[in-house]
Design a protein around this ligand. Structure first.
Ligand code: C2E
Ligand code: MG
Ligand code: MG
Length: 459
């Protein structure tokens, strides 16, 4: 379309004009999309790191410092899993608003992706100047988020890296802030930490563990050890607890306290747990036949295994295949499994209990030690943690606690296993309280299948 002026001259071609604006708008839109996060409208990773480079240049010129705060929401996955992604998205938007409202003009908040945010504080004189800001951020999370009439309480973990102390380029600083954030998670979350060199070693150890664990099951690097559980009154073996061992060509022996949590986080605990169960049941059948009396195989289950929708069916089939009777299998879970409060855990425990499998509460005394859990879930066995057993002959307070736990378990119809029994005195005291079973170095350290077979032959 052409527009002519009063004199009949062509004033302009309208379509050209229109074309130009649209083109420009598109260009801006594309630029915006490339640099801002679509959900929260915060600078995205690309733009945030670009700003970080600018801040580094300025700080270099003015001999100032820059703090990089890496913020990760605690348990955000749980919110997504239980309340749905819609609520999760809305929550992320609110978090972005709150983070932005906390900062001075000129500071940058960006979203790195998922539930990870970055906050950049430029022109600082001192690394410590970032502390009050980090504290503020954490405090600001104390008020509940209201999403669709639901009150959600959320905490976050923060890691801080400082230019030039912890790095001279944006990617190194970001990596170090991430390591510090990971450290905050390990400290129990809802806290902040400054980066230290030691954290890098921690992170690189973790990466090596993850790397080596990949394919370790297929390479046959896992095997089981078994620790006898004995009858307190006659010291006869009543069963064993299966304990996982990992020997890797690069790392050597790795303690389960170190590798189980990684296997949980990567999800590999699911196939590893299936291996444990299958292997343990095979041995249980053998030992049961040798003993010619009832024999219990206790197997540890971690919270992550309950997220496997196949868990109950797998256990049911494994029991069937092995030919053992289900009451000879005991599954040990910790309170951590129950605290999350997911329905599917309750359902799984009820189904397992219906199968006739025994359920033991492991490490009692270390967590909340909630009585109500013992009452509301189908437990058959209480295992008192070795930290309490350790001190029963030394500290009267621990002795009283253990006595009370045994009495309480009995009143709920549960059997009691004392873990970590190391001395005759401890055993004698447990006997006076009617504790049924004991496990610990006094009788035997965890042994290989061959060692246990020899032990059983002698009985
Ligand atoms: P847990 O289930 O509480 O296992 C008992 C731990 O106490 C074992 O450590 C055992 O070696 C140790 N222990 C037993 N008696 C004594 C004693 O008299 N004194 C002392 N000081 N320690 C004793 P381990 O084998 O290092 O296992 C650590 C934890 O790793 C286990 O704690 C369990 O939570 C986890 N774990 C082991 N195997 C598996 C598995 O197959 N699956 C899962 N999910 N977790 C496992
Ligand atoms: Mg256990
Ligand atoms: Mg235990």
């Amino acid at each position: 379309m052409t527009i002519l002026d009063e004199t009949g001259e062509i004033e302009l071609f309208l379509f050209t004009l229109k074309d130009v604006t649209e083109h420009k708008r598109d260009e801006e839109l594309i630029k915006h999309q490339a640099t801002f996060d679509a959900l929260t409208n915060l600078p995205n990773r690309f733009l945030a790191l670009d700003r970080l480079s600018q801040l580094i240049n300025e700080a270099h010129r003015d001999t100032k410092r820059v703090a990089i705060l890496f913020l990760d929401l605690d348990d955000f996955k749980k919110i997504n899993d239980t309340l749905g992604h819609d609520i999760g998205d809305k929550l992320l938007i609110e978090v972005a608003v709150r983070l932005r409202s906390d900062l001075r003009n000129g500071d940058t908040v960006g979203r790195l992706g998922g539930d990870e945010f970055i906050i950049l504080l430029g022109g600082l004189d001192d690394a410590a100047d970032a502390s009050p800001i980090a504290e503020n951020l954490l405090n600001h999370f104390k008020d509940a988020f209201i999403i669709e009439n639901r009150e959600l309480i959320l905490t976050s973990s923060v890691g801080i890296a400082v230019y030039p102390d912890d790095g001279d380029n944006s990617s190194q600083l970001l990596r170090n802030a991430d390591s510090a954030m990971y450290h905050s998670k390990k400290l129990g979350r809802n806290t902040y930490s400054y980066f230290t060199e030691a954290m890098n070693q921690e992170v690189s150890r973790r990466l090596t563990l993850e790397e080596q664990m990949h394919g370790a099951l297929e390479r046959g690097e896992f095997r089981l050890c078994y620790q006898p559980q004995v009858n307190v009154t006659n010291r006869r073996i009543s069963g064993v607890e299966a304990l996982l061992r990992w020997n890797n060509p690069v790392l050597g022996d790795v303690s389960p306290d170190e590798f189980i949590s990684i296997a949980e986080q990567t999800g590999q605990i699911v196939p590893i747990g299936q291996f444990v169960l299958t292997e343990a049941l095979t041995m249980a059948v053998r030992w049961q036949a040798m003993l010619e009396r009832s024999f219990t195989m206790a197997v540890n289950l971690s919270p992550r295994q309950f997220r496997d929708p196949n868990l109950v069916a797998f256990i049911e089939q494994a029991i069937e295949k092995s030919g053992i009777s289900s009451e000879n299998l005991e599954l040990e879970i910790t309170e951590g499994v129950l605290i999350s409060g997911y329905d599917y855990i309750e359902d799984a425990l009820a189904s397992l209990s219906d199968l006739g499998v025994n359920i033991a509460m492991d490490d009692f005394g270390t967590g909340y030690s909630s009585l109500s859990y013992l009452r509301s879930y189908p437990f058959n066995v209480l295992k008192i943690d070795r930290s309490f057993i350790n001190d029963i002959t030394v500290h009267p307070a621990d002795r009283e606690l253990v006595n009370a736990a045994i009495a309480m378990a009995h009143s709920l119809g549960l059997k009691v296993v004392a873990e970590g029994v190391e001395t005759e005195e401890q055993l004698a005291h447990l006997a006076t309280q009617g504790c049924e079973l004991a496990q610990g170095y006094l009788f035997s350290k965890p042994g290989t299948a061959e060692e246990i077979t020899t032990m059983i032959e002698k009985q």
